[in-house]
Design a protein around this ligand. Structure first.
Ligand SMILES: CC(C)(COP(=O)([O-])OP(=O)([O-])OC[C@H]1O[C@@H](n2cnc3c(N)ncnc32)[C@H](O)[C@@H]1OP(=O)([O-])[O-])[C@@H](O)C(=O)NCCC(=O)NCCSC(=O)C[C@@](C)(O)CC(=O)[O-]
Ligand SMILES: NC(=O)C1=CN([C@@H]2O[C@H](COP(=O)(O)OP(=O)(O)OC[C@H]3O[C@@H](n4cnc5c(N)ncnc54)[C@H](O)[C@@H]3O)[C@@H](O)[C@H]2O)C=CC1
Length: 435
């Protein structure tokens, strides 16, 4: 196969033809698989084609609902876009559990975001300090137009400082800025602002006479997806005797084991990664359903989980005066305007289902989904084990994969209603059925 030039300029059909002949042995069914996912509504299809480059088809993701979330006194149904079985069921089960026990409480701890202009200067650091004192007012002034609308909304650039990072990397400085971006995730606003700062910095550097070395060089200007000051706290709590008996485990035993499980994820990175993956099952599903940037959230969350130098659990649990308390702080830079949020009809609908939240409310709801998911996973892990519930949900996929027809599915579902399936046990059962 030869490299292709001008692939981006081909039409969608030409791209598919190229793909099928170069990678799929001219398989006609492959072409049909791609085209059958096109939407019949051409306008809607064009919208989706426009979201990303070199699009050849749509990729369906299940869009589900987890009802019964009592959040700060309001009853909320959370939309979740996720491919993994048992996540929506787990969220729904956790919602139901806490519905009768006071629900979820949330609090925004901050909404500040960060962006940096990264610079190199190899002269004296005192010269950089003098330059910054010379340039700072104009650096800020040059942002007035870009900042005007965001300022009207109560946001915009909040602070700007020169940071000397030469101890970490020879010649390295930053303009470190903080931002309030209100209901937008803010990436484009922050990046535009930073690029203006960089331009003004270059201009002011050309006017400054105090450099003994070449003027500072701008390496790059970009927001940070590490948002330790854009954080929401979420918690649940109840008296231990309100927990009740769970699969033969008393409330007190459950609470103690649960706290131990969180303690283990706090000190043991191998466990912490899986523990936090379970949390992200919930967070990502809401982030995706609402058209937010899940890579940004993932990167920020995992960096936050390592903020003291070791990767740890994002959740905390304790028993205090016969009360079981489970909580977390999640760094979540989310938007309810901008990006795909109002462009993708299903994201727009997801936000409508949530009663058109502002960014802070969406942070709260998303954090609840994360805590609920972790609660459900640990609830299973310290009682029945994870496989019973997970495989019960996964059964449908397994039945599909072994090629069972509708009648066979029905009888296998009955047979496996109280036991954990595996592919081999299911195949054996299917063979028996077919004899
Ligand atoms: C799976 C369940 C919920 C079963 O739990 P169950 O007790 O067998 O469920 P149930 O049939 O008794 O139903 C109770 C409620 O659960 C929900 N529910 C129950 N079934 C459904 C369904 N089909 N569709 C939608 N919702 C469902 C629903 O709210 C339902 O109430 P109802 O609607 O009847 O009033 C439970 O075992 C559970 O929560 N397990 C945890 C599952 C989980 O965490 N899955 C994620 C995949 S594993 C993973 O990726 C992460 C992990 C686990 O490794 C993280 C870690 O290690 O920490
Ligand atoms: N590292 C990263 O995370 C990067 C992410 N991105 C992408 O950037 C996009 C998000 O950028 P945004 O600037 O949020 O979106 P955007 O570029 O669509 O801008 C949102 C705009 O909406 C306007 N707006 C209207 N009402 C507002 C309100 N109430 N509050 C705040 N703004 C309001 C503002 O002008 C704001 O700048 C995402 O698609 C993300 O994937 C882009 C570059 C880098």
């Amino acid at each position: 196969m030869q490299p292709v030039t001008g692939f981006s300029k081909l039409s969608k059909s030409q791209k598919i033809d190229w793909l099928v002949s170069n990678h799929l042995n001219d398989d006609a069914t492959a072409k049909q698989t791609l085209t059958q996912y096109w939407n019949e509504d051409q306008k809607l299809q064009d919208l989706h084609d426009g979201f990303s480059e070199n699009t050849v088809t749509n990729y369906y993701f299940p869009f589900g609902l987890a009802p019964n979330f009592l959040i700060d006194g309001d009853l909320i149904t959370i939309p979740m876009a996720i491919e993994e079985s048992s996540v929506v069921a787990a969220a729904s089960k956790a919602a139901k559990f806490w519905l009768d026990r006071g629900g979820f409480k949330t609090q925004i701890k901050g909404t500040k975001k960060v962006g940096q202009v990264h610079l190199m200067y190899h002269g004296l650091s005192s010269e950089m300090d003098a330059f910054y004192a010379f340039a700072k007012a104009e650096l800020l002034q040059s942002l007035e137009q870009i900042n005007a609308s965001m300022k009207k909304r109560g946001g915009g650039i909040q602070s700007l400082e020169l940071v000397n990072k030469t101890k970490s990397l020879d010649g390295y400085y930053q303009l470190h800025a903080t931002f309030e971006t209100k209901d937008a995730m803010g990436a484009n606003f922050i990046n535009t602002t930073l690029e203006q700062l960089a331009n003004t910095l270059r201009l002011k550097a050309s006017e400054f006479k105090g450099f003994s070395s070449d003027a500072p060089e701008v390496i790059m200007s970009i927001l940070s997806n590490y948002v330790p000051e854009c954080v929401v706290n979420v918690s649940v709590s109840c008296k231990i005797d309100e927990i009740g008996t769970i699969n033969g485990v008393t409330g007190a035993e459950f609470a103690t084991k649960f706290v131990r499980a969180v303690d283990i994820a706090t000190v043991e990175p191998f466990r912490a990664v899986t523990h936090n993956k379970g949390i992200m099952n919930g967070i990502d599903a809401v982030v995706i359903a609402t058209g937010n940037d899940f890579r940004a959230v993932e990167a920020g969350v995992h960096a936050y989980a390592s903020r003291d130098g070791q990767y740890r659990s994002l959740t905390r649990a304790r028993i205090e005066n016969d009360t079981f308390i489970f909580e977390a702080d999640f760094p979540l830079a989310l938007g309810t305007v901008g990006g795909l949020t109002s462009l993708h009809p299903l994201s727009k609908l997801a936000l409508q289902i949530l009663d058109n939240p502002n960014a802070e409310d969406l942070m709260k709801i998303t954090a609840v989904a994360g805590l609920a998911q972790n609660f459900a996973a640990l609830h299973s892990l310290v009682t029945t084990g994870i496989q019973a519930g997970h495989m019960k949900m996964h059964l449908a996929n397994m039945l599909e994969q072994i090629g069972a027809n509708d009648t066979e599915k029905e009888s296998l579902r009955k047979e496996y209603s109280d036991k954990t399936p595996s592919f081999s046990s299911l195949r054996e059962s299917l063979d028996l059925l077919r004899k």
